[in-house]
Write a protein that binds this ligand. Structure first.
Ligand SMILES: O=C(O)Cc1cc(O)ccc1O
Ligand SMILES: [Fe+2]
Length: 444
């Protein structure tokens, strides 16, 4: 039985202390753990940080639910056997390569294949080890079926999901979210969620951080506004399913990169009310207020940071989520495309739609590239040719396009699946082969 009301009502704001009731009065007044909760609900805390983390960084929510989340059968190995996920990135699980890497679009399974979000997730690469809360991973998902009475809970890290094809209709313990391509959703550690695919075959990218949480970047001299504005983030409102018929549900847990299954006879989405600041959220990339150079020179892409997961090193991210949105470009006497670059950080890129400003062909929606630490990269030969010969009138760049980058302080290793994938573009190095030598000591 579903509670009444519009399923997709959101609360606005980033990092707020939210509260939401699907039944009026379901949140206890004045305390978190009354002897008996309103409506006979059970109180359960979900901690996103250690109890003792300072107030400014502490994250937790209180969930008031029909049954505690403890009520499930034995935890067993994953019921469907093999899966495509990797936890710790070491020499046994993954390969190291300093080469520039590119993949053509990852194939999407056919309608009728039955592959859901869990079975369609594949790890491309990463660094570190979730057991040590140190590192990150990049996954793609390619799926065709909705998760049917299955929920996933990830103990390893927070997931930032970037749909590229098809909407995601996500049930969570905090309420439902509908997430379309050009939007992103963050589902933090420990939250049970189930992904429906209303548009059939679907594909996208996932950034997982093994420690910390995503936050808005500081704005420094930009001031109090701009880039991703806090009010544009949307967190769901409570909605519950009361199971009366003894449904068969499977709770899939990702723990240290392994999957496990537990059965239960009721929906995990039985939270009638919740309050707190540890909750999933979505964000529309079209809401990003782009800032850039209005005089000359190419500004570093950190100016396009949507969210960052900070490390202990000031200014150095476990991972930044950066976008390359449509905008005006007006710089004079400037080589306008992304510059040639070797970076102490690793740059994983994907394309949601359109054509990325540094590549004319080869980098396609649903494909990806990886320039890990110090891998030389930059505009391809055709982009260079155009950039040095064009008239520099003010104009638009990237209309109809959305590329993004997961930029990380870690050196990424590739899973064998990613390294040996048939979609790996073995000729990627040729993107720069035809750049002409124009050096002439007699010309200035
Ligand atoms: O295309 C890339 O690799 C990302 C990138 C974009 C940019 O505008 C400047 C530097 C950079 O690495
Ligand atoms: Fe770069």
């Amino acid at each position: 039985m579903l509670a009444d009301g519009d399923p997709y009502r959101y609360q606005s704001g980033f990092g707020n202390h939210f509260s939401s009731e699907a039944l009026e009065g379901a949140l206890p007044a004045g305390q978190n753990t009354p002897q008996v909760c309103p409506y006979g609900l059970y109180a359960e805390q979900l901690s996103g940080t250690a109890f003792t983390v300072g107030r400014s960084g502490n994250q937790r929510s209180w969930l008031y639910r029909i049954r505690p989340s403890t009520m499930h059968g034995p935890v067993e190995p994953y019921s469907r056997g093999a899966h495509g996920l990797t936890g710790a990135f070491d020499a046994r699980s993954s390969v190291a390569t300093p080469a520039q890497i590119r993949w053509l679009p990852f194939p999407v399974p056919d309608e009728g294949s039955g592959v859901d979000f869990v079975d369609g997730m594949r790890t491309l690469g990463g660094a570190g080890d979730p057991a040590l809360k140190n590192g990150m991973a990049v996954h793609i998902y390619a799926a065709a079926a909705s998760m049917a009475r299955r929920a996933l809970s990830n103990a390893d890290g927070d997931l930032l999901i970037v749909p590229q094809q098809g909407r995601l209709d996500i049930a969570t313990e905090f309420g439902p979210l509908m997430v379309a391509p050009n939007e992103i959703v963050v589902i933090q550690r420990g939250m049970r969620f189930s992904v429906g695919l209303p548009d059939g075959p679907s594909r996208g990218y996932i950034l997982e951080v093994f420690d910390g949480h995503f936050e808005l970047p500081d704005l420094g001299p930009i001031g109090a506004n701009g880039l991703a504005n806090p009010r544009d983030f949307q967190t769901p409102t409570a909605r519950y399913e009361l199971t009366t018929t003894g449904d068969a549900w499977e709770i899939v847990s990702k723990y240290q990169g392994e999957l496990f299954s537990a059965r239960q006879d009721h929906s995990p989405f039985d939270v009638v009310a919740w309050h707190g600041n540890y909750a999933p959220f979505k964000y529309n990339l079209a809401d990003f207020a782009v800032v850039g150079s209005v005089s000359f020179d190419h500004i570093d892409p950190s100016i396009f940071t949507v969210l960052t997961c900070k490390s202990a090193h000031p200014g150095t991210a476990v991972a930044d989520f950066v976008i390359f949105p449509p905008r005006f470009e007006v710089q004079m006497h400037t080589f306008r495309p992304p510059y040639f670059h070797r970076n102490c950080m690793s740059e994983f890129m994907g394309l949601i739609c359109g054509e990325y400003e540094a590549k004319k062909g080869g980098f396609q929606p649903g494909g990806a590239s990886l320039h890990s630490t110090m891998a030389p990269h930059g505009p391809d030969a055709k982009t260079v040719e155009h950039a040095v010969s064009r008239a520099l009138a003010p104009g638009r760049v990237a209309d109809g396009t959305q590329a993004f980058m997961f930029e990380s302080m870690f050196q990424l290793r590739l899973t064998p699946w990613a390294a040996e994938h048939t979609q790996r573009d073995r000729d990627y190095y040729k993107a720069w082969e035809a750049i002409p030598v124009t050096f002439d000591p007699a010309r200035k």
